[in-house]
Design a protein around this ligand. Structure first.
Ligand code: CA2
Length: 145
């Protein structure tokens, strides 16, 4: 069982600035922690990060053919990335949306997510642990179905 873990714009900068919102771990640290959990759960994970919406669309079109679920922190594309949303929908895979910060407790423009209604669910505000919780949930969801 392969699960894609996709990160959008600026998440390659984690751990370098904005620690009060996003914590001190780098994206590589988070990917290592997710990989550890994946090993425990006996699932495969594949990581992808891009600052470009089109690159995320290209990746989803290709990688989703060979995967069973998607965990995505779309960064700011969360709030306006319609072509990314369309690619997620077209994948027909279960999606879990995650955010490090609580987008609902921040600026108004962050409250709306263009993917929330096509996701199984959303985790926001739990920091890097949100990625691990999303993986645990999605693995159990896929094993059930
Ligand atoms: O809380 C989240 O995970 C977000 O998806 C992060 C996005 C933000 O646009 C969303 O509204 C919520 C931004 C990620 C930017 O990450 C940085 C990390 C370090 C330095 C600069 C940006």
């Amino acid at each position: 069982m392969k699960i894609l873990v996709v990160n959008g714009p600026n998440l390659n900068m984690l751990g370098k600035r904005e620690a009060s919102y996003y914590g001190v771990k780098t994206l590589a640290d988070i990917e290592d922690l997710v990989s550890d959990k994946a090993r425990d759960l006996a699932v495969d994970v594949e990581f992808f990060q891009s600052n470009h919406e089109g690159a995320i669309v290209d990746y989803l079109q290709e990688a989703a053919q060979d995967a069973e679920g998607i965990i995505i922190n779309a960064g700011a594309l969360t709030h306006y990335g319609i072509s990314m949303r369309d690619a997620l929908t077209d994948s027909r895979l279960p999606v879990v949306e995650i955010h490090l910060s609580n987008i609902h407790a921040r600026e108004e423009f962050r409250h709306h997510s263009v993917i929330a209604d096509i996701a199984i669910g959303q985790i926001a505000g739990l920091g890097w642990q949100g990625y691990v919780f999303a993986l645990e949930y999605l693995a159990s969801h896929l094993k059930r179905s």
